[in-house]
Design a protein around this ligand. Structure first.
Ligand code: HEM
Length: 414
């Protein structure tokens, strides 16, 4: 079974077409098969499919790692490797990850890692996603193949970036419904890459677990307590596909059917946030805290009405509310799929909490997704800015799933 078998159910479209993004792991199915993820859910392989870990229900745990090729100039090494060597090294890593991800999924992390902490555990919807950063293309002499959509992110006036949380030659996202399964899979995948790579930064992300959820289908809350993800493009909609998946016409061929992810490590100033009264916290976002409904409206699912006014004529959703400034209506239709994870690394030396949102935005073109919206949030004065710090940033091209017997990124690297 090829690596594309990692990628969700087939859509019935012919080989070579860019497929609808029914592309995740078995995570869309009911809880029991989802945790076991048996081969029964293995889709037909074929080009043009998204990798797992993009459009399906996010699992409760995810490790997100940025790695550098050990010999690339950006990787802190000697910078001595030639472009051809870097290219070959990247191909070796992606080949190893593609094969390992297949085995992890099919046989479970216990089988591939004898004596691993995951012994006796089920695959738990384990899904592996791999991507490439602009620095890798530069190191491998592949600048000419670099798509316009992969342009470096501009800096934003609200950035508080720290280099140790930025960039990376390669992205590895390993998600599972169990933290031990995810950790064991990361250990295995890094072992397969060996000395060819070194970890640049890593975040262990989490969301609420199925065990704790009163309603496992409900949109989860972030660490600020807000229901987060309501106004994402709907599951399996054509809007989701258009938003996330690179079309064949957009080019280049090696990215057709893939996606681009912007990752931002956003620290939340939680003490400041919870020091505000709940009415203020609701006005910052523009939604009711208990229900997630847009202010002045009923139910989280209500279509946001940015024109609504109260009896005194004031906008129901304040001028600087996050959902007003982030809305496609105020950003020339810019959209993305937000699929982030909370992180909580305890307390920093100065006594402040190091916790927040590992924001991950998936889109076919970051210029018409994350970049447009973030520019507006920074320049127009998103009320949320006072309570957040963007400390890490990276952009990765996430090619389509591998062909049967091939590997992720093969069309670029060979
Ligand atoms: C909506 C929280 C950062 C883009 C929302 C909502 C919440 C939220 C609670 C309303 C519910 C929903 O529709 O999901 C946060 C927090 C952030 C953050 C806590 C940082 C820690 C960002 C960033 C961007 C962004 C960096 C993009 C640059 C959006 C968009 C919407 C949204 C596009 C939907 C707006 C609409 O059309 O209704 N966010 N957000 N958010 N956010 Fe954020």
């Amino acid at each position: 079974v090829g690596a594309a078998a990692l990628i969700g159910a087939g859509t019935g479209l012919g080989a070579g077409e860019v497929l609808a993004p029914r592309a995740d792991t078995a995570a869309d199915t009911a809880a029991a098969p989802r945790l076991r993820m048996s081969g029964a859910h293995a889709p037909a392989s074929g080009p043009g499919r998204l990798q797992p870990g993009i459009t399906g229900t996010p699992p409760a745990f995810a490790h997100v790692l940025a790695l550098d090729l050990a010999d690339s100039p950006g990787g802190g090494g000697e910078g001595g490797g030639s472009a051809a060597e870097s290219r070959e090294r990247a191909a070796e890593v992606l080949r190893a990850w593609t094969a390992a991800a297949d085995r992890l999924r099919e046989e479970g992390p216990a089988a591939v890692l004898p004596g691993a902490p995951s012994a006796g555990l089920l695959p738990a919807s384990l899904g592996v996603t791999a991507g490439l950063g602009g620095s890798l293309l530069a190191a491998a002499g592949l600048q000419d193949a670099r798509p316009e959509a992969m342009a470096d992110l501009p800096s934003f006036s609200t950035d508080a970036l720290q280099q140790e949380w930025c960039g990376g030659d390669l992205l590895l996202q390993v998600g599972a419904e169990d933290p031990v399964v995810a950790a064991a899979a990361v250990q295995h995948l890094l072992g397969r890459a060996g000395a060819r790579v070194r970890v640049r930064w890593a975040v262990r992300g989490f969301r609420r677990t199925a065990a704790a959820a009163e309603d496992p289908g409900a949109t989860p809350r972030n660490l600020m307590g807000q229901i987060d993800g309501t106004n994402n493009p709907a599951r399996e909609s054509s809007l989701l596909q258009r938003t996330v998946q690179v079309g064949r016409a957009a080019g280049p061929a090696w990215m057709a059917g893939g996606s681009y992810v912007v990752v931002r490590r956003i620290r939340m100033l939680l003490d400041d946030w919870f020091g505000e009264d709940s009415g203020h916290r609701e006005r910052v976002i523009g939604r009711d805290l208990p229900t997630g409904a847009p202010l002045g409206q009923q139910g989280a699912g209500a279509e946001v009405d940015l024109t609504a006014r109260d009896a005194e004529g004031r906008p129901r959703i304040p001028e600087h509310a996050h959902i007003r400034l982030a809305s496609p209506q105020n950003n020339l239709g810019a959209r993305m799929l937000r699929r982030g994870y909370s992180f909580d690394e305890g307390w920093r030396g100065d006594g402040t909490r190091d916790a927040g949102l590992l924001f991950m935005a998936w889109q076919a073109d970051p210029a018409r997704g994350f970049v447009a919206v973030q520019q507006n949030l920074a320049e127009a004065g998103d009320a949320l800015n006072e309570y957040t710090r963007h400390e890490g940033s990276a952009l990765f091209a996430v090619p389509p799933a591998a062909r049967n017997g091939g590997y992720i990124g093969q069309d670029l690297l060979e």
